[in-house]
Design a protein around this ligand. Structure first.
Ligand code: KE4
Length: 437
């Protein structure tokens, strides 16, 4: 890995200027504009394994992995072969194909409580549909989400969200009328009393609780001991639907996601990212009793032109088959290597006398520039985002591509090497010394 303290940017700068003529902020998703960290976003042209290259031929070790999907690395051979072979038969039919059930069988093999699924094309569609389904099933209006959690950009969910909204400091979003969020209750994460209070206040009116069972969208924040158990018990007692938003954690923190890791069964599960192998896929699923309410079987409507797209199904099948076959080796290894990485960078911060705390669940993690534990949005938002921005830019100049926001989780995958970890820790040591100045 070249050590780059004078990263070339001319080509990316030219591409950014062109992109700004066509896209707001020059991007097709806000976080990519680097507004939270400053500096000039590189335009990526190629990826292989754990590395990516930009238009100026700078090479980076990638800890974003397309925000989670690429657990097997960029251009994974099985996934590419599957996409190419599917594409030779056409790209989309708008009709049922065998590959949809192939992927459903793989998903259901990992999530036994899921008896039926519906594929969509993004995590946003998955969570939006799951909430509509929970409201249809319970005939109730209110929903509970948690501050700092992000479940995509459906109107009802853009209240004190995490991820992009939190990063941009926009409480909710412009264009979302008050009426559209009047039934959304946003509570502090990791506070079971707040949930009890909400159910007491809105007795028999709450349709569902949606939660990231390991939060990735305020940075990585795990649930406190027994918190998920409490959510399960309260929703069971109150006959509300518990939705685990496993768009990020599904097939990430374990093959069976957080519900396998913590042995808790939600009522509905939403998925995305890894199940698409880098192509656009989302899904929601659960027991037949609830899922059979979905059109055309039931009265809850949801549809999608490219739902079940053959290329996306093929990519997802290839990735999940690989993970299923090698899970006994892959998950313990990425947990162990991510642990080495996170502890190594934390040690560098300690040696530099910089305030840093870290959270990690398996191969998803975040370094927070704050001396105190980060357990919810209040504590996460006390992080020194300026210092994170300086750290981010110093790491980028040293060939390490971290998520461009303090409030995003980083991801390590099966192709990250011991050399990648060594280089990253060395780069962090150098970067930390510049932060002290
Ligand atoms: P998409 O609509 O972006 O496919 O998924 C929305 C979503 C739902 N649920 C969870 C837990 C998620 O993390 C996401 C999306 N994640 C962000 C990264 N934190 C996507 C990156 C972006 O917005 O550009």
């Amino acid at each position: 890995m070249p050590s780059m303290t004078s990263r070339k940017v001319e080509q990316s700068r030219r591409l950014q200027e062109r992109a700004e003529r066509y896209f707001p902020g020059g991007v097709n998703s806000p976080v990519r504009a680097f507004r939270a960290v400053g500096g000039e976003p590189p335009f990526i042209v190629r990826g292989k394994g754990s590395h990516i290259w930009d238009a100026d031929e700078n090479e980076y070790i990638d800890y974003v992995g397309s925000w989670g999907p690429l657990i097997l690395g960029h251009a994974a051979p099985d996934v590419l072969d599957a996409i190419v072979s599917a594409a030779c038969n056409g790209t989309s039919f708008g009709a049922s194909t065998p590959a949809e059930a192939d992927l459903a069988e793989l998903v259901i093999s990992a999530f036994p409580h899921v008896e039926k699924v519906r594929f969509v094309s993004s995590g946003t569609e998955a969570t939006m549909s799951a909430i509509r389904l929970a409201r249809a099933y319970t005939k109730r209006k209110y929903i509970v989400k948690f501050e700092g959690c992000y479940h995509g950009h459906a109107d009802a969910l853009l209240v004190k969200a995490g991820s992009g909204v939190a990063t941009l400091g926009i409480p909710g979003s412009a264009g979302v009328p008050e009426e559209f969020i009047q039934f959304t209750i946003a509570l502090p994460f990791n506070d079971a009393h707040a949930v009890e209070h909400a159910f007491h206040k809105f007795k028999h009116e709450i349709a569902c609780v949606i939660v990231e069972p390991v939060v990735g969208n305020m940075g990585c924040v795990p649930a406190a001991d027994d918190y998920l158990v409490a959510l399960r018990m309260i929703t069971e007692r109150e006959k509300a639907v518990l939705i685990f938003d496993e768009v990020m954690t599904g097939f990430r923190v374990a093959f069976g996601g957080a519900q396998e890791l913590y042995n808790i069964k939600p009522d509905l599960t939403t998925m995305g990212k890894i199940i698409g192998g880098g192509l656009p896929v989302g899904a929601y699923g659960g027991p037949k009793e609830i899922m059979d309410l979905v059109a055309p079987l039931g009265p809850m409507y949801q549809a999608g032109t490219l739902s079940g797209n053959p290329l996306a199904m093929a990519a997802g099948c290839a990735q999940l088959k690989h993970l299923r076959e090698k899970k006994a080796e892959i998950y313990p290894r990425i947990d162990q290597v991510a642990g080495q990485l996170v502890e190594g960078v934390a040690a560098a911060a300690k040696d530099a006398g910089l305030p840093l705390t870290h959270n990690r669940v398996g191969s998803m993690f975040t370094w927070f520039f704050t001396p105190d534990p980060v357990t919810n949005w209040d504590s996460a938002s006390r992080s020194n985002t300026d210092m994170f921005g300086k750290f981010f830019r110093a790491m980028l100049d040293r060939g390490v591509y971290l998520p461009p926001s303090q409030y995003e989780a980083a991801f390590l995958g099966a192709t990250h090497s011991e050399e990648d970890v060594r280089h990253t820790i060395d780069a962090a040591r150098e970067a930390m010394s510049t932060l002290k100045d």
